[in-house]
Design a protein around this ligand. Structure first.
Ligand SMILES: Cc1cc2nc3c(=O)[nH]c(=O)nc-3n(C[C@H](O)[C@H](O)[C@H](O)COP(=O)(O)O)c2cc1C
Length: 338
């Protein structure tokens, strides 16, 4: 397996086996809903559906990008695709860098689309790699490889500078995103990986035509902690640990971008563990809630476990809607908070 392949497997192992969470919270706990003791609703009739990229999702959920690598990654991606199809929610694959650079599409090919024919599938590539492969042809290949509905470009500058062999030259990245947006017919979504996106950065992205941003804020998986867990020396581990709690919390990032009132569609992710947290994020202005590390153990276990884990999130979201007197996701967005 190549160096990048090993790195990806290390990431999965670190998230599964080590404590890699930020010590700070997502900030979502500060969103306190009015408990409506008279909901005047039939719980079973609450409508959790929401539109996304031309599809109707059965719940405003996304299984966030986790893996594009080989071996166990193939099994994980296939399980995620199968369950997202059965529950009719959105799925994002992990970085397709290996698939592109090393021409190894194991687990990331049209089979994913066959497993999930009627839900949105999001392709994924790192912003720092754009410069190396920003001929439109390469980006189209990423999308075509899995017949994706949109391309996620992830921003992970902190992770790249902390990881051995990471891409440290981030000059000209916004221009590369601009080129990608202009040259692709499919939408481009920009996300962080757990340190959040500020209003200023969101505006820069909006100005080059990015219309959907996944905040991936702090409060959950800390990629500084992941890099600390796999650091080759005490020195690099200590440097990485220094930044474990870095970043803009998920709640703060949603708020700042929503306050811009410019029409950016916000995906909330970073540290989400429950359907109640998804409800809180939606109330702050998000239209979808993304889950990564919370679902990884179940995805590794298999389709039944993952189905149960996501169904639990749906039940929790439905309860939050019920107890706020919200008959739908649209109403939940306006639910009273204290
Ligand atoms: C094992 C693992 C691998 C990941 N790989 C990618 C990736 O390839 N591309 C990407 O954009 N984000 C990747 N992420 C980041 C997640 O999509 C997400 O933004 C981040 O983990 C924060 O969400 P969480 O707190 O729910 O884990 C990965 C996360 C995990 C747990």
């Amino acid at each position: 397996m190549s160096e990048i392949g090993h790195r990806k497997n290390d990431h999965i192992n670190a998230v599964l086996k080590s404590d890699v969470r930020s010590r700070k919270t997502t900030g979502l706990e500060a969103v306190v809903f009015e408990h409506v003791a008279l909901p005047e609703l039939d719980f079973e009739n609450i409508d959790l559906t929401c539109p996304f990229l031309g599809y109707t999702l059965q719940a405003p959920f996304l299984v966030s990008s986790m893996t594009g690598g080989l071996g166990i990654a193939k099994h994980i991606n296939e399980t995620i695709a199968e369950v997202c199809q059965s529950l009719q929610i959105c799925l994002a694959v992990g970085s397709q860098r290996i698939a592109l650079e090393e021409n190894q599409q194991d687990g990331l090919n049209k089979h994913i689309r066959r497993l999930a024919p009627s839900v949105p599938i999001l392709a994924n590539i790192g912003a720092a790699q754009l410069r190396l492969l920003n001929e439109t042809g390469s980006l189209l290949k990423l999308i075509d490889m899995i017949e994706a509905d949109a391309l996620i470009i992830h921003l992970n500058p902190l992770q790249e500078v902390l990881q051995p062999g990471g891409d440290k030259d981030w000059s000209g990245v916004l221009n590369q995103i601009d080129i990608a947006v202009r040259s692709l017919a499919t939408p481009v979504i920009v996300k962080e990986v757990g340190f959040g996106i500020s209003a200023r950065v969101a505006k820069q992205l909006w100005n080059v035509g990015v219309k959907i941003i996944d905040v991936a804020g702090s409060g959950g998986t800390s990629w500084a902690a992941v890099e600390a867990a796999r650091a080759p020396s005490d020195l690099t581990r200590e440097v990485a640990e220094t930044f474990r709690d870095w970043g803009i919390s998920t709640a703060q990032s949603i708020r700042m971008i929503d306050d811009l009132q410019c029409g950016i569609q916000i995906i909330a992710s970073g540290g989400l563990r429950t359907g109640l947290e998804a409800a809180q994020a939606i109330r702050l202005g998000a239209s979808l809630a993304g889950f990564a590390a919370q679902l990884l153990p179940a995805a590794v276990e298999g389709a039944e476990s993952l189905n149960a884990a996501i169904s639990k999130l749906m039940t929790e979201l439905r309860i939050a809607a019920f107890c706020t007197g919200s008959a739908s996701i649209t109403e939940l967005k306006r639910a009273a908070i204290l």
